[in-house]
Design a protein around this ligand. Structure first.
Ligand code: ADP
Ligand code: MG
Length: 480
């Protein structure tokens, strides 16, 4: 009988044969397989092993032939070509009965199939965080946590090690001197990821900790609707009853005086009663313009940690971690290429990798440099070609049928001001110009005006899919 180690795949009866004369037991074979794998890992290195061979499963010994199963045809062919020789020689030295190694694909329907893209790294059985508990009357206030955003999946490097250490410290329990924890940095650099990671960690603790996580926008909407329903007292009580309050992207409270006031009071009430506050923003408290000084002062009086722009090394490490989790082998050269090219932020880098992986799955083709160039064509073009602010102004003016001179004019009518804000937003997204530099190109405006435009457009995009599509269209036109 074929000795199967893959419980889900009973061997088909046609291939059943008697065990070899040396009567190798299941346990012996399993032991030999684990030694073969250890030797492979040693030979080709941890990363390569993880990429290509992690999903190899021993099927059994049939006569003089060992069968190893791979989840996809592509992996089967790749492993056969690249590692078939090594596999055979390691097996032969472990077990003299073995002459050949047959690498096959698992029949469809096998449970150990290729993991989904972006598979959640949190197991399903994990208890829901306090903030999401069902029948909890807070559930309306808080946003759900992303199960992928844990400390385990956060790759630490020079640019983010300080922020990471602070987040860890706060997640470990009462952290004097870390209240509030203020995380700041550019878009897509991991602030939200760290906040969710803290929330997950706290919700795992034995003692009940209530965590409320929400975006500043959500805070604002909740507050405004409470005002409308004349239920601000309940809103206040609700917020003030949590142990940990997290408000993400605080820059969106800029200019919202009433909401800021409310946030300020909530903030004070919580801090005074020893509760933890965690806030993120795109700027440090001292650079956040448009907020009241007393709030700024309070925001800066705990721990302020910035998440810096990524380095090549960090980008590469993030790609390696994400590729390994996807289960699709991504050659080192491809990762180096992406880490070199896609420098804007982690979100974009992740998006590029996901596209490559999806493509590999879909066509059952290996990820190669050629495939990367082809699949990421549009994205890479945008990086190759230096888009200028003038290009953006021209394109946006044409799109909205206004004169290009309006980009620098003082007119504030919405049909002019909105396209101008979109152009500023795109300039921030598509060029490496700083906010003051962008401001200068738009009629010598202040950098806070640009910042406000970026915040406004981001906010509108989140709220209005049509608007988002329009901006996205412009972005794509400019990026080709
Ligand atoms: P921000 O809130 O700063 O705009 P996010 O936390 O939303 O950025 O991060 C954007 C994406 O990049 C997320 O999918 C996140 O998981 C990922 N990411 C950012 N930094 C890291 C990191 N150091 N390790 C792993 N993933 C990261
Ligand atoms: Mg965020």
């Amino acid at each position: 009988m074929v000795q199967s180690y893959d419980a889900d795949n009973a061997p088909d009866s046609a291939s059943r044969r008697e065990p070899p004369a040396d009567g190798c037991s299941d346990a012996t074979l399993a032991l030999q397989w684990s030694r073969v794998r250890a030797r492979l890992q040693e030979e080709i290195g941890e990363v390569e092993y993880r990429n290509w061979l992690r999903q190899a499963a021993l099927h059994g010994l049939d006569g003089d032939e060992i069968t190893v199963m791979m989840p996809t045809r592509f992996l089967r062919d790749w492993v056969n070509k690249e590692y078939g020789g090594l596999l055979t020689s390691f097996w032969q030295s472990e077990n003299p009965a073995v002459r050949r190694v047959d690498i096959r694909t698992r029949p469809t329907g096998a449970t150990n199939a290729v993991p989904l893209l972006d598979e959640p790294t949190v197991s399903v059985g994990r208890p829901a965080p306090a903030a999401r508990r069902e029948n909890d009357d807070r559930s309306e206030t808080v946003a759900p946590l992303d199960p992928r955003f844990t400390f385990d999946t956060f790759v630490v490097g020079k640019p983010n090690e300080f922020a990471y250490a602070c987040a860890r410290r706060v997640a470990d329990g009462p952290a004097p001197g870390f209240n509030p924890l203020f995380l700041y940095g550019g878009v897509g650099l991991g602030k939200t990821h760290l906040m969710h990671a803290i929330a997950w960690e706290l919700s795992q603790r034995a003692d009940e900790v209530t965590v409320a996580y929400m975006s500043a926008e959500k805070f604002m909407h909740r507050f405004v609707s409470a005002l409308r329903r004349q239920s601000t007292i309940e809103f206040k009580n609700e917020l003030r009853s949590v142990d940990v309050l997290m408000v993400d992207d605080l820059q969106f409270l800029i200019g919202k005086d009433g909401t800021q006031e409310e946030f300020f009071h909530t903030f004070n009430a919580l801090v005074d009663s020893g509760k933890q506050i965690i806030v993120s923003a795109d700027k440090s408290p001292s650079d956040l313009s448009g907020i009241e000084d007393r709030l700024r002062t309070r925001l800066g009086c705990g721990m302020v940690a910035d998440v810096h722009a990524t380095t090549y090394e960090l980008r590469l490490a993030i790609l390696e971690a994400k590729a390994a989790r996807s289960g699709v082998p991504v050659p080192g050269r491809v990762m180096e290429f992406l880490a070199q090219k896609i420098t804007a932020n982690v979100r974009e880098l992740e998006g590029a990798l996901n596209r490559l992986i999806a493509h590999a799955h879909l066509f059952d083709r290996p990820v190669t440099l050629e495939a990367a160039n082809e699949v990421l064509h549009d994205l890479l073009r945008a990086y190759d070609r230096k888009i200028t602010i003038e290009d953006i102004q021209k394109q946006v003016s044409e799109h909205y049928h206004i004169r290009i001179s309006e980009m620098s004019s003082v007119r504030r009518a919405r049909n002019i001001a909105r396209p101008r804000q979109i152009a500023m937003y795109l300039a921030k997204q598509l060029t490496s110009r700083s906010l003051p530099e962008i401001g200068r190109k738009f009629g010598n405006r202040d950098h806070t005006t640009v910042m406000h435009a970026v915040a406004k457009v981001t906010e509108l995009m989140a709220a209005d899919p049509d608007f988002a599509e329009d901006v996205e269209l412009l972005r794509r036109i400019l990026a080709v």
